[in-house]
Write a protein that binds this ligand. Structure first.
Ligand code: SF4
Length: 247
């Protein structure tokens, strides 16, 4: 079986617990204005990679992942554009006792079968905005599928880290953040409760700007600034106020 893989990296303290092998799958259905990986958008720009090559890569780092309490994270792009590939990789990881994390916007959550989710240890659910119109402005897509997917996960008691990228002038509106916080808090009462283990507020940065230019795309956040520490604190407090854990 082949999948389209953009790249991979070994990381620590991001994309899930411990040291992680994060594999970026090519292709994405969203067009986030702040995307720092626009080179992953087109599935055809990825490299056709066999399942056995991915498993060999995982084997190479299996020991360090296990020693550090880490694992494999599938990111992108949007991994759920290639659900069969994800399912096969996670199945193999589960058999080997390797922790798995799925980094997704949830927009294609319907493509994640229950068997795929059964082999997923953690979902990094990127909730890119809380108000439908701001979500549309931010991603060019609809919010509802993400909300539905998160609820389905919570009902299954699937551990989740909710992630929210804070962009001044785009996603930082008080009401927009309130809507994300209210939603994340509402997930805590589904299933046995407490699926959302943490909320990560990710400050916008300009590290993707050159990639937009290289692709010949006009970059809509050319002049956007990273959030001030005060703004980050305000937003983190909005989540904490709802009883959510914000590291
Ligand atoms: S979901 Fe991720 S990869 Fe896709 S456009 Fe948004 S930030 Fe970029």
């Amino acid at each position: 079986m082949l999948g389209s893989v953009h790249s991979w990296e070994l990381v620590t303290a991001v994309d899930g617990p411990g040291t992680r092998l994060t594999i970026f799958l090519a292709g994405c259905a969203l067009r986030c204005l702040y995307c720092h990986n626009p080179d992953t958008w087109n599935i055809r720009r990825g490299k056709d990679t066999s399942l056995s090559d991915v498993l060999a890569l995982i084997s190479r780092y299996e020991k360090i992942m296990k020693v550090t309490g880490g694992g494999v994270t599938l990111s992108g792009g949007e991994p759920l554009l290639q659900p069969a590939f994800v399912r096969r990789i996670f199945r193999q990881c589960a058999e080997r006792g390797i922790h798995t994390a799925l980094d997704t916007s949830g927009f294609l959550g319907l493509r994640a079968s229950n068997s795929l989710l059964a082999d997923t240890s953690l979902v990094l659910l990127d909730v890119k905005s809380g108000l439908p119109d701001v979500y549309r402005q931010t991603t060019k897509r609809e919010l509802q599928p993400t909300l539905d997917f998160g609820r389905r996960l919570a009902k299954q008691d699937k551990p989740m880290w909710v992630r929210f990228v804070l962009v001044p002038g785009l996603t930082d509106g008080h009401d927009n953040v309130e809507a994300v916080a209210e939603y994340a808090a509402s997930l805590q009462s589904l299933g046995s409760g407490g699926s959302v283990q943490r909320v990560e507020v990710l400050p916008f940065h300009q590290m993707g700007r050159d990639k937009w230019h290289e692709l010949g795309e006009s970059y809509p956040l050319e002049d956007a600034q990273p959030p001030t520490p005060e703004l980050v604190d305000r937003v983190r407090d909005q989540f904490r106020f709802r009883g959510l854990v914000v590291p």
